[in-house]
Design a protein around this ligand. Structure first.
Ligand SMILES: O=C(O)[C@H](O)COP(=O)(O)O
Length: 204
């Protein structure tokens, strides 16, 4: 029996709206971000998903997103596992800077490399490869066994920690994952087989 993995990026945060590098900083959701989370909750409920297990990061924008999704799905009083392994990539010295100001200061190309290369970290921060080095072992140890047992797992996390999972699950190359963007509030759903391998990506 296949398991189901539901990945959701947090809704728009106050720093997404201000176009600031966020990383491990901890802003709230905006009203739009809350609406995005609720809309995803409604969509998952409409598809009759009944998740068994719930995970999120140590950052409030993802935690609040999960809470709003569960509220919309009418799922109450469940255990939610929070872990820094699911945190956004750490943007290091760029955290708190405006992304356009950073482009002015260091150039479009350098900022693109810091944001979307696989193994070049921003100053004092994590590359996607560094992020995967903490997110994937957690997924493999804590979440994949549940999926192999046929459970439905809902994870609310961040653009780059989710891209690390997507890259591994879909078997994407470093070049292929660079082009992959996950919008705020966007769900990605997979069927995972008893062997832990991807069966199919589920269209919502
Ligand atoms: O942490 C951030 O700044 C954003 O949530 C993700 O930023 P990115 O899309 O520039 O990697």
């Amino acid at each position: 029996m296949s398991g189901t993995l539901i990945l959701v990026r947090h809704g728009q945060s106050e720093w997404n709206l201000k176009n600031l590098f966020t990383g491990w900083r901890n802003p709230n959701l905006t009203e739009q971000g809350e609406s995005e989370a609720r809309a995803t909750g409604k969509a998952l409920k409409a598809q009759n998903f009944a998740p068994d297990l719930f995970y999120t990061s140590a950052l409030r924008r993802a935690q609040h997103t999960l809470d709003l999704i569960l509220e919309e799905m009418g799922i109450l009083n469940v255990t939610i596992t929070r872990n820094t392994a699911l945190n956004e990539r750490d943007y290091g010295d760029l955290s708190g800077l405006n992304k356009d100001d950073a482009r002015e200061k260091w150039g479009e190309e350098q900022v693109h490399i810091w944001r979307r290369s696989f193994d070049v970290p921003p100053p004092g921060g994590e590359s996607l490869k560094d992020t995967a080095a903490r997110t994937l072992p957690y997924y493999e140890a804590e979440i994949l066994p549940q999926l192999k047992a046929g459970k439905i797992v809902l994870i609310a996390a961040h653009g780059n920690s989710l891209r690390a999972l997507v890259m591994a699950i879909e078997g994407l190359t470093p070049d292929e994952i660079l082009a992959r963007e996950i919008a705020t509030g966007e769900p990605t759903v997979y069927k995972i087989g008893p062997d832990g391998k991807l069966v199919e990506r589920v269209k919502l």
